[in-house]
Design a protein around this ligand. Structure first.
Ligand SMILES: Nc1ncnc2c1ncn2[C@@H]1O[C@H](COP(=O)(O)OP(=O)(O)OP(=O)(O)O)[C@@H](O)[C@H]1O
Length: 959
C-alpha cells in the first residue's frame, strides 16, 4: 500500500478536531504545569498536525488528541493527574512507534514528533523538547513506513503571476482558466529526487497522475483538478501561502541552486518548487536545507510519451482492474534485483521516451545484455547485494543514519568492482576483442559512471565495526584501530575489567574466605560479598557498601578506584565513539552527490538487465524504431506499426496457448475491429499499445518482429469504467474521455477506442462512434484501433482511404463456439452474444429463446456451420434495410420493434444451422406481442420469472 492509498476515505471532521491545540488543553492553558504548557506550545505551533510528545520512553497525547490516538492506535486511554487537574492521556512506545504512526497516517493525520532534545539526566528542571519531524504521507522517510523500491512524492502545484495578480499568487480569473500556466514540483524526501515542470491545467493534471504523489499541497489560486484527489490516490493539504510567494521561493531555492529565478521556465514553476521545498524542510524539523536534494530536474512533459490516467489504467501498467491484481505490465517487466533498479524501471515505464536515438540507445544496451548470458547472471548476483543507496544517502545526509546504514553503504560499494568487471567480460566471456569493454556506448558509459568511491568504502571499513548495534550512543559502533584515544580508553576499560575478574580469586586467597564473591549491580557498582558466617575474617580495608539478609557487601579503595576508571573510560569511550561516528557520517555525507551518481548508474544497470532478462526468458524481440517523418528526407512518412506475431505481455503469461497476431497500421490509418464477444479484440488492441509503450520504455517487445514509429501521445477509451465515486455516469465518463481524445490527438498519437458509444441507446451510440471515427480520420490524422460491435461501422472502409477492417473469428460446431483468437482482414458477421451468454450460465430457457429470436431476425442470412465471414459478406453484404445499417447484435427491443413493422431481414437464402430457427415467424410474432405487453419496470423478479415460464410453455406448445 502506498502512503497515498492510506489516506483515502479519511473523514475530514476527525482531523479537524485533534490537530493543533486540543480544546481541553487550550481551556486549561493558563494553569498548566510547565510540562503540559510545553506540550501546548508545540501543539499551537503545529496546527495541522497531531503532536506526539515524548515523555520518557513513550510518545503521549492529551485530552481530545489522546482520545484520537487511543481510537486510531487501539491503545488504552489513561489519565494524567497533577495539581492543576486530570487530563486524558494516551501513548505509544517510542521503541515500537512505527505501526502506530502508520495507523495515524492511514487515518489521514500528519504527526509532529515532539522529542526530548536534551539529555533528561543533564537537564536542570524541565527537559527541552522540540518537534524534530512532521510525518506526513508524502514526506515520510522511515523505512518501516515506506514500501521498498517505490517512490513517495510530495508535490506542490502553483499558479504563476500571469493574469496580472499580485505577488501573492496571481489573478484569479486567469489562473483558474484552462490555459493559464500551472507549475508542478515534486520531491521524494526519502531519496532527494526533485522534479519540476509546468503546463496548462490539463497537462499538469496528467503529469500529476504520472508522478502519483502521496500528498499534494496547493498554492493560492492553483486550479482544482478533476476527478477529485481521493480518487486519484493522494490527499491535498493546505500550506502556508507565504511559501508560494515569488521572493520566498527564490530565497528557499538559493541554497540548492544558484540564481533559481533563471533556472525555471516561468514563475509558476519557481513558486511550486520553492513551496514544496519549504514544506519538505518543515516536515524534516526545519533544520535548514536538505543537503541531499542535489538534483533539481526540470523537464517538459512533451519530452516523454504522454499517457494520461485513463491510458495508464486501461492498459493496466501499474494496477490491474481485474481480479489478478498483480498482473500488470510492470510486474511482467520487473526482474530487477534491487530497490534502486525497481524504482528506476517504474520511472521509465511511467515516462516512456519520445526521442528515437535515446530509445535505440536503451535497446542497444538491452540487446547486449540479452546476448551476454554470463554478464546478465553475474550482474544479477552482484546487484542482489546492493542496498537502497538513494534512501541510505538521504538518511546519511539528514544525520539520521546509524552505523548499520553505513555498513549497508559499504556492502553496496563493495559490489561495484564486481559490476565493472562483469560488464567488461569477467568469467572468460568474450566481449569486445580490442577493448575489453562493453560493446555498446550505453553500457560503456554506465561502466564509467560506476564510481567505486574507494575512499568512502575504506573509511567505513576502517571506522565502523563489522556488526554494529542499532544504537549509536551506547558504544560498539567504531572498530578498533581507528582512533588511538578510543583504543586507549577501551584498553583501560578492558584492563580494569580483567583486574576485577581476577579480584575474586585474589581476595579469596588473601582472606581465606572460599565463598567470597565479586559482583556488580546498576545501583551500587562493584562489590565484594561475604556471608555473615565469615564476617570475622573481613580485612580492615573493606568498607561496607550494603547489608543484605545473610551477607554484607563491601568495596575496597582499590576496587573503587578501578571502578571509577572502568566507568569513566566506558563513558568517555561511548561519547568519543558517538563523536567519531558523527564525524565519519559527516565525511560520508560530503560525498552525497557522488553516491547519488553511483545510485543512478546501479539503478539503470539493474533496469536494463531486468529488461534483457525478460527479453530472453519471454522471447521478446528488438523493435526497429523508424524515424519521425520530420527527421529528414529518408524517413518514410507512412511508416507505421508493423508487428509480426505480436502477443499481449500480461495475458500471454496466464493463457497457456496464446495466439500471436500481426498488426499492420500505416500512420494515420484506422483499423475497425469486429468479432464475437470474447474473441480477443481488446486483447489485440492492447497488445499493439503495449508494444508501443514497451518499445519507447527501452524494452524489447513480445513479438516475432516489430517495426514501430515513435508516438508522442497514447489515448485510450477502453471498456466501460464506472465512476461512481466521481459522480459521473458511465456514459458521461466515456464521453469526456472521448472529448479529450478528439481535442488533443494528432498525427503522432495512437488512439485505442473500445466499443465507444455502447453506454447509450444503440442508435445514438452508433452515430457517435461513426462520427468520432470520421473525425479522427479526416481531421486528426491519428493512428487508431477501433473495436466495435456496431457492424455498420465497417462500411467506413469503403468510404475512407485509410480505414480498413479486421475481425476475429470463431468456429461453431453444433451449439458450441470455439474462439480462435486470430485476427484476419475484413469484417465479422456474428457476435455470438448468445453463446457467450450460455457460457456465462444464463438459464437454458432464456438462451434457447434468444437463439430463436436471433434466428428469426437473421432469417437464414447466416452462411452455415462455419460462421467465419467472407470479406464480401463482411464489408457490406449484410446490407441495410430501410436505409438503416443493421447490427448483428441489435438489441432485443430494436429487433422486436423492427419485426412488428414487418421488416424482412437479410437477402441471402442460406439456412441457419440452429434448429430453433425452424420455430419460425408465426410463433415469434405472437410471443412478441406478449413480450411487448410485459411492464418490466413494475414487475418483481418472481413475476418476471413466471412470465418467462408462461412464454416458454407457449413456445413448447407451438413447437
Ligand atoms: N490471442 C489470444 N490468444 C489466446 N487467448 C486470448 C487471445 N486474445 C484473447 N484471449 C482470451 O480471450 C479473452 C477475451 O478476450 P478479449 O477481452 O480481448 O475479447 P473481446 O473480443 O474484446 O471481448 P468483448 O467484445 O466481450 O469485450 C481474454 O481474457 C483472453 O483470456
Amino acid at each position: 500500500m502506498s502512503a497515498g492509498d492510506r489516506i483515502r476515505g479519511m473523514p475530514t471532521a476527525d482531523r479537524e478536531t485533534v490537530t493543533g491545540l486540543p480544546p481541553g488543553i487550550a481551556a486549561a492553558r493558563e494553569e498548566l504545569t510547565p510540562m503540559l504548557s510545553q506540550y501546548a506550545d508545540l501543539c499551537a505551533a503545529h496546527e495541522d498536525a497531531l503532536v506526539l510528545f515524548q515523555v520518557g520512553d513513550f510518545y503521549e497525547a492529551f485530552c481530545e488528541a489522546a482520545a484520537a490516538v487511543a481510537r486510531v492506535c487501539e491503545v488504552t486511554l489513561t489519565e494524567r493527574s497533577d495539581s492543576t487537574g486530570d487530563y486524558p492521556m494516551a501513548g505509544v512506545p517510542i521503541d515500537n512507534a512505527a505501526p502506530y504512526l502508520e495507523s495515524l497516517l492511514d487515518a489521514g493525520y500528519r504527526v509532529a514528533l515532539g522529542d526530548q532534545v536534551e539529555d533528561a539526566e543533564q537537564a536542570s528542571g524541565l527537559v527541552d523538547r522540540a518537534v524534530t519531524e512532521v510525518i506526513t504521507p508524502g514526506t515520510v522517510v522511515e523505512d518501516e513506513l515506506l514500501e521498498a523500491g517505490t517512490t513517495n512524492y510530495v508535490a506542490a502545484v502553483a499558479a504563476g503571476d500571469g493574469g496580472g495578480g499580485s505577488d501573492g499568487g496571481g489573478g484569479s480569473d486567469e489562473t483558474g482558466s484552462e490555459t493559464a500556466t500551472v507549475g508542478l514540483a515534486a520531491v521524494d524526501v526519502s531519496t532527494g529526487e526533485f522534479l519540476v515542470t509546468s503546463g496548462d491545467r490539463d497537462a499538469v493534471a496528467e503529469e500529476l497522475d504520472r508522478v502519483a504523489p502521496a500528498e499534494l499541497i496547493a498554492g493560492p489560486n492553483a486550479p482544482d483538478f478533476d476527478p477529485s484527489d481521493a480518487e486519484r490516490g493522494w490527499t491535498t493539504h493546505a500550506y502556508d501561502t507565504g511559501a508560494f510567494e515569488r521572493r520566498a521561493a527564490i530565497e528557499r531555492l538559493e541554497p540548492y541552486l544558484p540564481a533559481p529565478d533563471r533556472r525555471f521556465d516561468g514563475d509558476a514553476e519557481l513558486r511550486a518548487a520553492g513551496a514544496v521545498l519549504a514544506y519538505a524542510e518543515y516536515t524534516q524539523g526545519d533544520d535548514g536545507p536538505l543537503s541531499y536534494v542535489t538534483r533539481i530536474r526540470r523537464y517538459d512533459p512533451r519530452d516523454r510519451l504522454r499517457l494520461d490516467a485513463a491510458a495508464q489504467r486501461s492498459l493496466e501498467l501499474f494496477e490491474n482492474r481485474g481480479l489478478g491484481a498483480s498482473d500488470t505490465l510492470f510486474d511482467a517487466l520487473d526482474e530487477t534485483s534491487c530497490a534502486l533498479g525497481r524504482r528506476c524501471l517504474e520511472r521509465w515505464l511511467r515516462r516512456p521516451l519520445v526521442d528515437a536515438d535515446a530509445i535505440r540507445s536503451r535497446h542497444d544496451a538491452v540487446g547486449e545484455l540479452a546476448d551476454r548470458t554470463l554478464a546478465r547472471e553475474g550482474l544479477a548476483d552482484a546487484l542482489g547485494a546492493a542496498y537502497d543507496l538513494e534512501r541510505l544517502v538521504g538518511r546519511i545526509s539528514r544525520g539520521r543514519a546509524d552505523a548499520r546504514d553505513l555498513r549497508s553503504l559499504h556492502a553496496t560499494l563493495a559490489v561495484v568492482p564486481a559490476l565493472k568487471a562483469t560488464l567488461a567480460g569477467a568469467a572468460g566471456e568474450r566481449v569486445d576483442d580490442e577493448t575489453d569493454l562493453p560493446r555498446t556506448d550505453r553500457l560503456r558509459d554506465l561502466r564509467d559512471r560506476l564510481d567505486e568511491l574507494t575512499e568512502v568504502r575504506e573509511l567505513i571499513d576502517d571506522a565502523i565495526a563489522a556488526n554494529p548495534p542499532p544504537e549509536i550512543t551506547e558504544g560498539g559502533v567504531i572498530g578498533s584501530g581507528f582512533d588511538d584515544d578510543l583504543d586507549d580508553l577501551r584498553d583501560t576499560e578492558r584492563e580494569g575489567r580483567e583486574w576485577v575478574a581476577d579480584l575474586e580469586a585474589a581476595e579469596r586467597e588473601r582472606t581465606g574466605i572460599d565463598s567470597l564473591s565479586v559482583g556488580h549491580n546498576q545501583v551500587h557498582g562493584y562489590y565484594i560479598e561475604v556471608t555473615d558466617a565469615n564476617l570475622d575474617r573481613v580485612p580492615d580495608d573493606y568498607r561496607r557498601r550494603q547489608t543484605l539478609k545473610n551477607s554484607e557487601r563491601y568495596y575496597t579503595p582499590d576496587l573503587k578506584e578501578r571502578e571509577e576508571e572502568i566507568v569513566g573510560a566506558a563513558e568517555r569511550a561511548d561519547a568519543l565513539e558517538y563523536e567519531l561516528f558523527v564525524d565519519v557520517r559527516g565525511r560520508v555525507a560530503d560525498e552525497t552527490e557522488r553516491i547519488q551518481g553511483l545510485a543512478d548508474a546501479i539503478a539503470e544497470l539493474d533496469a536494463l538487465r531486468s529488461l534483457a532478462t525478460v527479453a530472453v526468458e519471454r522471447d521478446y524481440v528488438r523493435p526497429e524504431i523508424v524515424d519521425d517523418p520530420a527527421a529528414g528526407p529518408d524517413a518514410d512518412p507512412d511508416a507505421g506499426v508493423e508487428i509480426e506475431g505480436g502477443r499481449h505481455p500480461v495475458v500471454e503469461r496466464a493463457e497457456e496457448s496464446f495466439v500471436p497476431n500481426d498488426a499492420d497500421l500505416p500512420r494515420g490509418s484506422i483499423a475497425v475491429i469486429t468479432g464475437p464477444n470474447m474473441s480477443g479484440k481488446s486483447t489485440y488492441m492492447r497488445s499493439v499499445a503495449l508494444a508501443v509503450v514497451l518499445a519507447q520504455t527501452g524494452s524489447f517487445v513480445p513479438a516475432q518482429a516489430a517495426t514501430l514509429p515513435v508516438f508522442d501521445r497514447l489515448f485510450t477509451r477502453v471498456g466501460a469504467s464506472d465512476d461512481i465515486a466521481g459522480g459521473q455516469s458511465t456514459f458521461m465518463r466515456e464521453m469526456s474521455e472521448l472529448t479529450e481524445i478528439l481535442h488533443d490527438a494528432g498525427p503522432n498519437s495512437l488512439v485505442l477506442l473500445d466499443e465507444v458509444g455502447r453506454g447509450t441507446a444503440t442508435t445514438d451510440g452508433r452515430a457517435i462512434a461513426r462520427a468520432a471515427a470520421e473525425f479522427i480520420h479526416d481531421k486528426l490524422g491519428a493512428t487508431a484501433l477501433f473495436a466495435t460491435h456496431y457492424h455498420g461501422l465497417t462500411d467506413l472502409a469503403e468510404e475512407r482511404e485509410r480505414v480498413f477492417n479486421l475481425h476475429f473469428t470463431a468456429t461453431r460446431e453444433g451449439g458450441d463456439v470455439t474462439f480462435l483468437h486470430r485476427v484476419v482482414p475484413g469484417a465479422s458477421s456474428s457476435s455470438y452474444g448468445v453463446e457467450v451468454a450460455e457460457l456465462a450460465g444464463v438459464p437454458a430457457p432464456v438462451v434457447e429463446r434468444s437463439r430463436s429470436l436471433v434466428a428469426a431476425e437473421t432469417d437464414g442470412s447466416e452462411t452455415g456451420a462455419d460462421a467465419e465471414a467472407t470479406d464480401t459478406e463482411a464489408d457490406g453484404a449484410d446490407s441495410p434495410t430501410d436505409g438503416e445499417e443493421e447490427d448483428a447484435d441489435a438489441s432485443l427491443r430494436e429487433f422486436l420493434a423492427e419485426e412488428t413493422e414487418g421488416g424482412e431481414k437479410g437477402e441471402s437464402a442460406g439456412a441457419a444451422t440452429d434448429s430453433d430457427s425452424a420455430s419460425g415467424e408465426g410463433s415469434a410474432t405472437g410471443l412478441t406481442a406478449a413480450l411487448r405487453e410485459l411492464d418490466l419496470a413494475r414487475m418483481t423478479p418472481i413475476e418476471a420469472l413466471n412470465a418467462l415460464h408462461d412464454l416458454q410453455s407457449r413456445v413448447d406448445d407451438d413447437g
